[in-house]
Design a protein around this ligand. Structure first.
Ligand SMILES: N[C@@H](CCC(=O)N[C@@H](CSS)C(=O)NCC(=O)O)C(=O)O
Ligand SMILES: [Fe+2]
Length: 243
């Protein structure tokens, strides 16, 4: 089946306009196996429709970390798509079918994502590198011209700085960065752009720590219900979560 004229892979960047979360659908054209990175519970109907329209079989619902601003869709997707297994970092201690560690490979058809541990926003933050397509999904570790906050969960600014500089900024400069959120209407960046222009991570380590300490952001609106729900794969009460 070839619906969109695609060659060997399918890639879709999907937006949850409530939390400004990006969900990424990656599919293999030959086997039709797919993975979905950072699904949002309220968007499960949309995600399932896109997966069905494209004739894909969702193998993995993959989380970059225990999100604080929305509930993961991975539990609902697992319930509704029989082959789907959930994934998250083993370090996070959250419930999932498969616990990921540094260096693991997530395979779908002829494609694979390399798992890199990038703690600092939370201790279980993972980034996923699709070397074949020169792409990295950074979760909240690197945002476009910014980064994930470090003032709750297991946030640690020095650790985040080291993670990004050792695991992301060492990638080739033309690798495309796809973050978990953007609040300014941007969709992607590159490693080279962020090394040069990131307003926080391009600074020295000490300057970065000071910037992060002084951010003073309000807590995410959904944090009280998102954190406990995401520790159990987003399944507590699906109906309640939609309200
Ligand atoms: N207003 C939003 C929450 C915004 C926020 O805190 N975003 C997080 C990522 S989700 S844990 C973050 O790290 N932001 C960094 C920044 O510089 O904004 C809501 O209420 O949900
Ligand atoms: Fe986050």
């Amino acid at each position: 089946m070839n619906i969109g004229g695609e060659k060997d892979f399918i890639f879709k960047q999907l937006l949850d306009y409530k939390s400004y979360t990006y969900t990424y659908l990656l599919g293999d054209c030959l086997s039709r196996e797919a993975v979905l990175i950072d699904p949002v519970i309220e968007m499960a109907d949309r995600d399932i429709q896109v997966i069905k329209d494209l004739g894909l079989n969702l193998k993995y619902a993959v989380n970059t970390h225990v999100h604080a601003d929305h509930i993961t869709g991975s539990g609902v997707l697992k319930k509704r798509l029989k082959d789907c297994k959930s994934m998250i970092a083993s370090v996070s201690q959250a419930k999932a079918d498969i616990k990921l560690n540094e260096g693991d490979l997530i395979k779908f058809g002829g494609h694979e994502l390399e798992v890199r541990s990038t703690p600092g926003h939370t201790d279980g933050c993972l980034s996923y590198v699709w070397h074949d397509k020169m792409v990295v999904f950074t979760g909240d570790a690197v945002l476009i011209r910014g980064c994930g906050r470090t003032d709750f969960q297991q946030g640690d600014a020095g650790r985040l700085y080291d993670s990004v500089h050792k695991k992301i900024f060492v990638l080739p400069k033309d690798y495309i960065i796809y973050p978990a959120h953007d609040y300014t209407g941007q969709t992607s960046s590159t490693v080279g752009e962020e090394i040069r222009y990131n307003s926080r991570l391009s600074k020295t380590r000490d300057e970065f720590i000071k910037i992060m300490k002084e951010l003073n952001l309000p807590y995410p609106k959904q944090i009280d219900k998102a954190l406990p729900a995401n520790m159990v794969c987003g399944i507590f009460d699906e109906e309640e979560a939609k309200n």
